[in-house]
Structures are given as structure tokens and as C-alpha cells.
Design a protein around this ligand. Structure first.
Ligand SMILES: [Zn+2]
Length: 468
């Protein structure tokens, strides 16, 4: 007898790449969170909490149905099991949202799954499903991606009507998949074409025949007096946001632009390569696209793309019917206004509530404009929200924002991108940020002071300080 409480995962996780990765991140977060806690034991295939009835979290997320224990009785109370349940439930909600169903028999609430099924699932934690599976979550997160292991090219280079060549998916691809990782054929500082041309001639002469052929196979939207600089101008991608150094790549440069892209390109400055990740599910036969533009209304984007890359954009975002295009242009204007307001340090100092509200509004607009897959723009937004909170010493919210930024960065740039790693470390130690408490102490919290018993909507209201 006694009162049971806990939470169920509804529906259970699948064995698919996204669910496995999310669960892996969640397990890593739990391990780090409890690394100094002697009641928490890392077993070969699961984490065991030596409290109450010893609830467990398996490393294979698809086996997980329930985390619970008796919470009444002396042993349960002295071991603090209810505290573990509440904390882990809060963290699980951050990762899995409404899939986490809390219940407490003391309040006449009961779990979704039958106890026999739950006990059977817990027994299965001991034995990994498949010896081929990566043995640790770290291995999994470090790139043992089953799609990569299959060694089936995820795309093919094809002629695309009106666009020259482009990359087309050969399989259904899930969000967060690494599509391509490539070193540049050459890197070069941006310069006027007449200065660039002789430099390129020298660089090309030093390249292997194969690399020369790859370079010359690239499209040139600016034929004429300076053919090599034309190829660079058409194809080069900046090595990092705002960089004046551009990289030219044998395959990446075939990826066409869309103002509503399904993939994200990122320069990994420590590995010195460019990565392309799917930022939304991509269907077999669909063209893989990235964004070359700097945002703004469709007319501004068109002008920029024509001037910089020599083409007229006919993407789904630019060819909307007039009323939808007007709505999109309005959203793009709002995005620019909010982005500027959020980046204003004076406002961040004097009106942090308003700044955080702007972050929330921007999040909603980005989701609308980019069809729920805004990619790296959201990582930047979460990092802005992090900075607002940490400058006023709110470590609890800052940590959640850094963790959200981290998750988006993993999808867009992979686990090994320096920015991803930085977000991960800030999620664990937000106070290490150089802005910690620079504006005030007025929002002071510890990293652990997370609210309990909130559903996703309530949690987000708390997070963005929208409780009235
Ligand atoms: Zn467009």
C-alpha cells in the first residue's frame, strides 16, 4: 500500500533518430545535473536513483514508460524520492513537453500504462536491444548516426529547372540529420573583382587537377572579364556569420537558396569545415535548400540576392499569393524590429521584462514565418533571452534558455560546433557568463530553482516572465 507518484511518457519514444537524440541529450543532462549526488548511480544501461523504490531511467529511450515510486512512508520521505521525481519531471518536460504526463495517487491521478507493462519495460533496461547499437549515449551523440553509418548518399546532384544544378533528397530525411560536411576548395577574403582575379589565378595554380576541375564545374552568374571571381561571387559562403572570408566548396556550392530553407549551413571554425544539417523533415525527391539572404521583406531580399549572387528568387516564400506575401512581409518587418529592440543593451538593462516579452513575441513570429522550423534564428533568440536573464542574475531561466539554444544548435550545427558546445556549458554553468549580474541582482535565482507542477504552457509563461 502507499501512495505512488511519477510521470509517464505518452506516447512512448520511437527508435527513430530524433527521439533517440533527444533522449540522449536528456540523459546527458541528468547525468551532469546529478554528477555530485551519491544517491544517483550510473549503471551500464540505465541511471538508478537510490531513493524510494529506486526509479530508473534507461539509456534506450524507447523502452521508457514510467518514472515513479511510492512517495508515502518513512523510507520514501527520508530518501527524498519525491524531490527526484519532481525535478526529473521538470527537466523531462523541457525536453519532451506535453508527452510527460505527471500523476499522483494522492490527488486521485493514475498513470496511463498498466503496471505489468511498466514492470516488463523496466526489466528490459538491463539488456540492450541490439549489440550493434552504440553502447553509450556519448558515442551516439558523438556522431554514430545510423543514417551516416548506412553510407547511402542522402542526396544526389541534379538539374533543377531554372536554377542550374541542385541537391535533391534520395531518402526521407529527419530534422537534425547531417547532410554534408565539406572542407573548402579555397578560402579567400572579399575584394573587388579586379583585385580578386590575380589572387585566384595564383590559388588555382597551386590546387590539384581534381580540385581545379571541381572549382571550374561551379556555376558562374557573372560571366565576363573576371571568370574566376565570377565563380567565387556566385558560390562563396562566408566562413562564419559576418565574416569577410568566403569559402568555395565542391558540393555545398550546388545547394540553392530558399527564403524558407529546409537546411542550415554552418562554418565550424575549430574543424575548419562547412556543415549542412536538415532543419526540418525533408521528403524524398525534395530539393535541399539553405538561406543566403539576410532577411527582410521579399523586395529587399530579391534586391540583395540579385546584387550579391546574380539570381531572382522564386522560392515558396517569394511566390506566395499577394495577400499571403503581404502577411509574410509584415512578419519579416516585425522580426527585424524585434531583433533590433532585443539587441539593445540599454533596454536590456532598464526594461528587461519588455526585452524578454519581445523574445517571446519574436519566437511566435519566427515559428509562423518559417512554418514551425525557424532553425538557427531561434538559437540566437534563446541566447539573447539567456543574456537578459543572466545580466540580472536569473540563473534558473538562463540555464533553460541556454539548454534550448543548445538543442537548436545541435539540430542546425551538430554536437561538435563550438557554439553548440558553448551553449551546453552555459546551460550547466550560466554564472560563468561574463555578463553575470552586470545589470542588477533583481531577478536573482539559483540554477535549481525551477518551478514544480507546471504544464508546458505554464512553464513557458514562467520562463518568459509572463505571469501577471
Ligand atoms: Zn525567396
Amino acid at each position: 500500500m502507499g501512495i505512488d507518484a511519477g510521470f509517464d511518457m505518452v506516447p512512448p519514444l520511437s527508435t527513430g533518430v530524433v527521439d533517440r537524440r533527444n533522449w540522449g541529450q536528456f540523459i546527458d543532462f541528468i547525468k551532469e545535473h546529478y554528477k555530485a549526488d551519491t544517491q544517483v548511480e550510473i549503471k551500464p544501461n540505465y541511471i538508478n536513483f537510490n531513493a524510494g523504490e529506486h526509479p530508473k531511467l534507461p539509456f534506450e529511450g524507447h523502452k521508457f514508460l514510467r518514472f515513479s515510486s511510492k512517495v508515502s512512508g518513512r523510507i520514501a520521505i527520508t530518501s527524498g524520492v519525491e524531490h527526484y521525481i519532481n525535478t526529473i519531471r521538470g527537466l523531462a518536460q523541457v525536453h519532451f513537453g506535453s508527452r510527460i504526463r505527471y500523476w499522483n495517487e494522492g490527488a486521485d491521478q493514475y498513470g496511463v500504462y498498466d503496471w505489468n507493462k511498466v514492470r516488463e519495460s523496466i526489466r528490459s533496461y538491463e539488456q540492450p536491444d541490439d549489440s550493434e547499437m552504440p553502447t553509450t549515449i556519448a558515442q551516439f551523440l558523438n556522431g554514430t548516426d545510423p543514417l551516416k553509418e548506412l553510407k547511402i548518399p542522402l542526396f544526389e546532384i541534379k538539374d533543377i529547372p531554372g536554377k542550374g544544378k541542385g541537391l535533391v533528397a534520395r531518402l526521407n530525411i529527419s530534422s537534425g540529420t547531417l547532410l554534408l560536411c565539406e572542407k573548402p576548395l579555397l578560402r579567400i577574403q572579399s575584394k573587388p573583382r579586379e583585385e580578386l582575379e590575380p589572387l585566384l589565378v595564383t590559388k588555382l595554380k597551386a590546387m590539384s587537377r581534381a580540385s581545379q576541375r571541381q572549382f571550374l564545374a561551379l556555376h558562374n552568374n557573372f560571366p565576363g572579364k573576371y571568370p574566376f571571381s565570377g565563380i567565387v561571387k556566385t558560390n562563396a559562403l562566408p566562413c562564419g556569420s559576418g565574416s569577410h572570408v568566403g569559402g568555395v566548396y565542391p558540393t555545398v556550392c550546388f545547394i540553392n537558396h530558399s527564403c524558407i530553407p529546409n537546411a542550415h549551413n554552418s562554418w565550424n571554425r575549430s574543424e575548419e569545415h562547412e556543415t549542412i544539417h536538415a532543419i526540418r523533415p525533408i521528403k524524398i525527391g525534395e530539393e535541399i535548400t539553405i538561406s543566403y539572404d539576410h532577411g527582410g521583406q521579399s523586395s529587399a531580399r530579391q534586391e540583395f540576392l540579385k546584387e550579391s549572387f546574380g539570381f531572382i528568387c522564386t522560392c515558396s516564400g517569394c511566390t506566395l499569393p499577394p495577400s499571403s506575401l503581404r502577411a509574410s512581409d509584415n512578419r519579416r518587418t516585425q522580426i527585424q524590429i524585434l531583433d533590433e529592440a532585443i539587441g539593445d543593451p540599454f533596454r536590456m538593462m532598464t526594461s528587461p521584462y519588455e526585452s524578454l516579452w519581445d523574445c517571446y513575441s519574436l519566437l511566435r513570429i519566427l515559428e509562423q514565418e518559417f512554418d514551425s522550423h525557424p532553425g538557427a534564428l531561434v538559437a540566437r533568440l534563446y541566447y539573447d533571452a539567456f543574456q537578459i536573464c543572466i545580466a540580472h542574475k536569473d540563473q534558473a531561466r538562463a540555464s533553460i534558455f541556454a539548454e534550448r539554444a543548445y538543442k537548436v544548435r545541435v539540430t542546425c550545427e551538430g554536437e561538435d560546433s563550438p557554439d553548440t558546445m558553448r551553449m551546453k556549458s552555459l546551460a550547466f554553468s550560466p554564472a560563468d557568463h561574463s555578463s553575470f549580474g552586470v545589470y542588477s541582482n533583481k531577478w536573482k535565482t539559483t540554477r535549481e530553482s525551477l518551478p514544480k507542477g507546471l504544464d508546458t504552457v505554464q512553464f513557458n509563461k514562467w520562463l518568459f516572465r509572463q505571469e501577471s
